[in-house]
Write a protein that binds this ligand. Structure first.
Ligand code: 5GP
Length: 190
């Protein structure tokens, strides 16, 4: 998606640890008009797939998922990161290794909000090693929901996540795919 690539070129900053900072429009300050365009693009790509719920993960996915939901006219559920062990039976639970913080945390979704009637579009801001998206897939599978596909804003295509998720038969639509990036050379797209 040209609009997103242009924005990353202009404002993205590559930090050490293979992290692209996009805080000025996506991860801290949020450009809602850009989110609207992204939502419309995911709607175009997944039109006719019967998406009736969007599932995302706390925190960065929530804003763009909510705006996308206005195109899909469906609710958004976000997987909550938690340290508390809820009573078994109330929630679907899995664990995820954080790309940016390195640690492993539990994510949960109430069983009230995810079940076999759901046809899910998974949404997240970045796809790197695929841990966050795998976590969402785990929760979806436990609940008996159908995963229609995944909408990703920025896929770092040189990292293994995209291949990992696609090899599980999941359709992944990334709006910007980064071929390579470095602190000195900036970002190159696929
Ligand atoms: P994964 O779980 O696929 O390894 O990484 C995806 C998650 O880590 C995303 O939810 C995102 O929050 C974070 N992440 C991974 N790579 C980057 C990056 O280059 N920049 C930022 N800002 N977040 C990233």
């Amino acid at each position: 998606m040209q609009l997103l690539e242009d924005r990353i070129r202009r404002e993205g900053v590559v930090k050490e640890g293979d992290v692209l900072k996009v805080d000025s429009f996506l991860n801290h300050q949020m450009d809602v008009s850009l989110f609207e365009a992204m939502g419309r693009e995911w709607k175009r790509l997944f039109d006719g797939c019967g998406v009736n719920k969007i599932l995302t993960i706390e925190a960065s996915g929530i804003g763009m998922a909510c705006i996308a939901a206005q195109s899909f006219h469906c609710p958004v559920v976000f997987a909550k990161k938690t340290a508390t062990k809820n009573i078994a039976g109330e929630v679907w639970r899995t664990s995820v290794r954080s790309y940016t913080h390195g640690r492993v945390y539990d994510v949960i979704v109430s069983r009230d909000y995810l079940g076999p009637a759901d046809r899910l579009l998974l949404i997240d801001d970045f796809l790197a090693n695929g841990a966050a998206l795998s976590g969402l897939l785990d929760l979806a599978m436990m609940s008996g929901a159908t995963v229609v596909g995944a909408g990703i804003a920025i896929e770092k295509a040189y990292q293994p996540g995209g291949e990992l998720i696609r090899s599980r038969g999941i359709r992944v639509e990334s709006l910007a795919r980064i071929k390579s990036m470095s602190e000195s050379g900036g970002v190159e797209f696929c």
